[in-house]
Design a protein. Structure first.
Length: 185
């Protein structure tokens, strides 16, 4: 038992020692956040004395924090624009931007690899409800569905969000429903 606890401790320490940690928050860098309001300025440096480079006018717009300095966060957007934003303008709520190779629509499914239930266009901001390794449940207005993670900017490659023990049962249910629908048609 002591050997198992020692191994778990070593593995945990090794995992966290590889991650870069923010000096101000103690949170992992890089990490993703979103804008709290429809009016946020990105500046050249970490102070209101620096000029504004970009003005965002879209609430929930996702940003990637790449550095911290006092009350300021250096961020990057999905177009690779970089600048500093005050911490009061960002939220930990997870959102993403829909991307596609041809800048067109991507398909939305009732479950990961399930039946197509709709489409969503390039550049739309979605709320990220939960993510598996390759799929995310996203919400836009009153619509929810699963999207292939490769089509969402605002996530780490293998990031898992809010997946619980019962997800496997939910997946089996939807696989069964999709199978039954396919044999009836």
């Amino acid at each position: 038992m002591k050997i198992i606890i020692t191994l778990i401790t070593i593995l945990t320490f090794t995992k966290y020692s590889e991650a870069k940690i923010g000096k101000e928050t103690g949170l992992e860098i890089p990490r993703y956040v979103s804008l709290k309001s429809n009016d946020a300025n990105i500046r050249v440096g970490p102070s209101k004395n620096y000029p504004i480079v970009i003005k965002y006018i879209k609430k929930n717009y996702p940003l990637k924090i790449i550095e911290e300095y006092k009350d300021w966060r250096k961020v990057k957007d999905f177009k690779n624009n970089i600048g500093w934003i005050h911490k009061s303008l960002i939220s930990g709520q997870r959102t993403g931007i829909i991307l596609s190779i041809d800048k067109n629509y991507i398909e939305v499914f009732n479950t990961a690899s399930g039946d197509i239930i709709g489409k969503i266009g390039y550049g739309n901001i979605v709320h990220i409800e939960k993510c598996k390794i390759e799929w995310c449940l996203v919400a836009k207005d009153n619509f929810k569905g699963w999207v292939d993670k490769k089509h969402i900017w605002g996530l780490k490659e293998k990031e898992i969000i809010k997946i619980n023990l019962f997800q496997k049962f939910e997946d089996l249910y939807w696989i069964s429903v999709n199978y039954l629908n396919s044999i009836q048609n």
